[in-house]
Design a protein around this ligand. Structure first.
Ligand code: DC
Length: 253
């Protein structure tokens, strides 16, 4: 992928893609988890970190988004839990690892074009709170961890629930105001002119509350995670910080 933003760009707005260089010995397994709320730039940071370290990248939010798209496209609701979870299981969600970033498939068909649509974003939070769905996803993610033992995986529960023994754990944070400003900038860059930043901030706070107070797999900072406040850092600064921490842990460098 080509470079899309200068190195001083705010986190989550653009990303640099230097050539993939393997800094961790090829034969060495390592799981790096990156958790945190929406708007901290987790996905783009994790993807870039994986690139720089020569590791695979798992976007677990894409799995919950794919499940939500399936629910909506099949005319199901969060109330029909058993039926819904059975349909998601039959979809056998998995990734095409030949693509960069890996593309998510349902029934062996790419579904990545659908998962960022507004209706999916609107419904994904309650869907991701369904216990039976989470159990299924956690299992799938652990299988992926076995198949791809050199992995940067990002989500809400990767360090706390899915990979409690991960070698390096991060928890990215930023104030709701900063995250709303980043989202507003992304929307404006996408051509949306009437962006209500205060409303975005309220929505972010509501989502944080839902994600962190749900019974299963709540958003928490694992006690052994490195907490990084990205509020005043650029995208490149965050990636550098994480890369340094992984190198220090693994290579003593
Ligand atoms: O990171 P994202 O916006 O793509 O995540 C979509 C939703 O999925 C969000 O509401 C949080 C939820 N999620 C989760 O509950 N657990 C994960 N491991 C990843 C995402």
């Amino acid at each position: 992928m080509t470079s899309q933003a200068p190195s001083s760009s705010p986190i989550g707005v653009g990303l640099l893609r230097p050539r993939r260089v393997c800094v961790i010995p090829q034969e060495r397994p390592i799981i790096v988890t990156v958790d945190g709320p929406a708007g901290t730039g987790k996905s783009s940071v994790s993807r870039e970190l994986a690139h720089r370290l020569g590791l695979d990248f798992l976007d677990t939010g894409a799995m919950y988004r794919a499940a939500t798209a399936i629910m909506l496209d099949r005319g199901l609701t969060v109330g029909q839990i058993e039926r819904f979870v059975a349909v998601v299981m039959s979809a056998d969600l998995h990734f095409d690892w030949n693509e960069d970033p890996p593309v998510i498939l349902a029934w062996d068909v790419p579904i990545d074009h659908r998962i960022r649509d507004a209706d999916v974003t609107e419904h994904v939070s309650p869907v991701s709170a369904i216990r039976q769905l989470r159990e299924h996803m956690v299992l799938k993610q652990r299988i992926i961890g076995h198949q791809h033992p050199r992995l940067v995986t990002e989500g809400r529960d990767q360090g706390s629930i899915v990979f409690p023994d991960a070698e390096v754990k991060f928890f990215l944070w930023a104030t709701p105001e900063v995250r709303a400003a980043r989202r507003a900038e992304q929307l404006r860059a996408g051509g949306v002119s009437d962006v209500d930043e205060a409303r975005l901030c309220e929505e972010i706070q509501a989502r944080d509350l839902r994600d962190s107070t749900r019974e299963v797999g709540p958003l928490v900072c694992p006690p052994d995670a490195i907490r990084v406040d990205t509020s005043s850092l650029s995208f490149d600064q965050v990636v550098q910080r994480l890369e340094q921490d992984v190198r220090a842990r693994v290579l003593g460098a």
